[in-house]
Design a protein around this ligand. Structure first.
Ligand code: ADE
Length: 248
């Protein structure tokens, strides 16, 4: 997968080079490039923003630098297989695990990080004529710009790419993933030693009884979901709950 990020703060995206994502890049599974939007400004002040039409507070990012930047980073794409433009914005649709899985299927993602009050709308409308555009929000709060949201989204997408996670199983039971625990939050986990500062690991986990362990894990997931995200529990299809779930 190829990922391009356009921003006025390229250094903000440096974390993309470390840890899981850095390793994925080293393995050739992912190539990530960041681009400074100001490369596509031609005035002495390298201006990227201006006052909003209609008045109001703040500044709006100008259309022309964005159009030139998008043209440059998409120049080598085949018109029949355009990249997907992702615009992080608090007014977008929610970014979810399902959306991460959908984006992980695409070959080329271009992230456009807005700052200030956002990007001139005509840039997004024009781009939508030649490529899919996803305006996405990572949560109901307002960040100073799209960069932190891009870090979140790229990490969520990249760990779903084949070969990125060490253990192919490990994405399957994640909270929010499809799979046996679909729709439930993950329960607690433990490792050695079995006694630590007077606290024991739940005995069922050292019982060797795989059926009992699976049942215990599911009960813990149900309890945690009920406590932390009752909205998720209500949204579960009752068909996916078995008799013991209902009792729990
Ligand atoms: N930019 C500012 N706030 C944001 C949010 N909540 N999600 C995505 N992009 C943003």
């Amino acid at each position: 997968m190829r990922i391009d990020v356009i921003t006025i703060f390229p250094e903000y995206l440096e974390p993309l080079r470390v840890s899981l994502l850095g390793k994925a890049a080293d393995k050739g599974l992912l190539s990530i490039e960041t681009h400074d939007l100001r490369q596509w400004t031609y005035d002495v002040h390298r201006t990227v923003d201006d006052t909003p039409y209609g008045g109001g507070p703040g500044m709006v990012m100008k259309a022309e630098p964005w159009a030139l930047a998008l043209e440059a980073v998409t120049a080598s794409d085949d018109a029949a297989q355009p990249p997907t433009l992702v615009v992080p914005t608090p007014s977008g649709r929610p970014f979810t695990q399902a959306k991460a899985a959908e984006l992980a299927e695409r070959g080329h993602l271009v992230f456009a990080c807005g700052r200030y009050e956002g990007i001139d709308r005509r840039v997004i409308d024009a781009a939508a004529e030649t490529m899919p555009v996803e305006e996405l929000s990572i949560g109901d709060y307002v960040l100073a710009g799209g960069e932190a949201a891009v870090l979140v989204m790229v990490e969520a997408v990249a760990r779903l790419l084949p070969g990125v996670l060490g253990n192919a199983e490990s994405a399957r039971d994640d909270s929010f993933a499809d799979g046996p625990m679909a729709g439930l939050l993950e329960g607690p986990v433990y490792t050695k030693p079995s006694e630590w500062r007077g606290r024991s690991v739940p005995p069922v986990l050292i019982s060797g009884n795989h059926g009992a362990i699976a049942r215990w894990r599911r009960d813990q997931a149900l309890a945690r979901t009920a406590a932390n995200r009752p909205d998720l529990l209500r949204a579960l299809d009752p068909e996916t709950l078995d008799k013991k779930d209902r009792a729990a």
